[in-house]
Design a protein around this ligand. Structure first.
Ligand SMILES: Cc1cc2nc3c(=O)[nH]c(=O)nc-3n(C[C@H](O)[C@H](O)[C@H](O)COP(=O)(O)O)c2cc1C
Length: 334
């Protein structure tokens, strides 16, 4: 059933696309574009912002786009719209990642509304976490949010955390020894075009944590503080298949888990170097008992309460990521 094609539909879809701009993306590449049509919105990948050195298969690009897709879906639900979603609907068009078609209007959804309220404040906090443990209730809700997107989310315990630490150290060494990866990393740090990672979101020194976080090769300004990762929990998003449709879905699970964690006061840091390096990605399979293919590692913790966290890195202007040409006449009528 198509919804009315007037201003309301166009405006709702355009707003969902704009909110999707707050989604996390690898190196803040924001590799997505939305096209608003009279009865649907389409998500396409911007392959020119793929990271060829660390992400030759596009798995992190698709994870990022999946996060944007979940942000848009959640915004539609919050405003009371049911929708149909088709993922990778057209064989032979790998750039068309998803189509969202609103189907019926109901009551605004309070749970989705609370998640939408966190979109603008959710951010990547690269500081060590505090010694306050994340409550089991919070962990359960974060895991449940990811799993509601049909992606497994396994919390690592005991020895498994040391396996992860070893894999993360090895991934770090492999990437540091690769000049193309280092060049690519340097290209995305400290830019002034609303893309990439500003130095005010990086720590001044490399934190001394059991599981090493990504070394961006340039010091930032955030205090590392006395924190460690003793109280952090590590989770792996994984699934049965290792292909584009699973990576897109994993991005949706990432968004669901991260927005839920933010709502509950927990901080999340994705660790993707172990996924980028083939040998450590395979090693990580052992940490999840060979139950599936790992898509992303998440560090979940309680942020240092004595210091404000990182600021949100800038995003591209909405006009650059949302194409409203087909519905402009509707929007202009209001
Ligand atoms: C698929 C994916 C992988 C990421 N990997 C890392 C990582 O390894 N280390 C890191 O510090 N941040 C990582 N991030 C976080 C991004 O750098 C961050 O989302 C982006 O800079 C935008 O900042 P924000 O999350 O604060 O909005 C990753 C994000 C995504 C979506």
């Amino acid at each position: 059933m198509a919804i009315d094609t007037g201003f309301t539909a166009a405006a709702v879809l355009a707003r969902a696309a704009a909110m999707a701009g707050y989604a996390p993306s690898v190196h803040n590449t924001q590799p997505w574009r939305w096209t608003i049509r009279t009865d649907r919105m389409e998500l396409t990948a911007v392959w020119s912002r793929q990271l060829p050195a660390i992400d030759p298969d596009g798995r992190l690009l698709l994870l990022s786009c999946g996060a944007a897709l979940h942000h848009a879906r959640t915004t539609l639900t919050a405003t009371g719209w049911d929708y149909a979603v088709e993922r990778l609907p057209t064989p032979g068009r790998p750039d068309l990642l998803a189509v969202l078609t609103p189907t019926a209007h109901r009551q605004p959804d309070p749970a989705a509304t609370r998640l939408v309220q966190t979109m603008e404040v959710r951010h990547t906090d690269r500081r060590p976490v505090s010694d306050t443990p994340v409550s089991e209730t919070t962990l359960k809700q974060v895991v449940a949010a990811a799993e509601a997107e049909d992606v497994a989310c396994g919390l690592l315990t005991g020895e498994r955390v040391f396996d992860l630490a070893a894999a993360a150290s090895r991934a770090d060494a492999v990437e540091k020894a690769d000049p193309e990866i280092q060049e690519e990393l340097a290209y995305w740090i400290g830019r002034h075009d609303r893309l990439g990672i500003p130095s005010n979101t990086l720590t001044g020194s490399q934190p001394a944590t059991t599981v090493p976080v990504r070394d961006f090769g340039q010091p930032g300004v955030l205090p590392s503080g006395p924190g460690h990762d003793r109280a952090a929990r590590y989770a792996v998003l994984f699934g049965a298949n290792d292909e584009p449709s699973s990576w897109l879905r994993a991005g949706e699970a990432l968004s669901a888990a991260w927005l839920t964690a933010t709502r509950l006061g927990a901080s999340v840091l994705p660790l993707s170097a172990v996924i980028e390096v083939p040998v450590t990605r395979t090693a990580l399979r052992r940490a999840i008992d060979e139950l599936g293919w790992p898509y992303l590692v998440l560090r979940i913790g309680v942020a240092d309460p004595d210091h404000t966290g990182a600021v949100h890195p800038p995003r591209l202007p909405t006009a650059q990521i949302v194409d409203v040409e087909e519905v402009r006449h509707l929007l202009d009528q209001e």
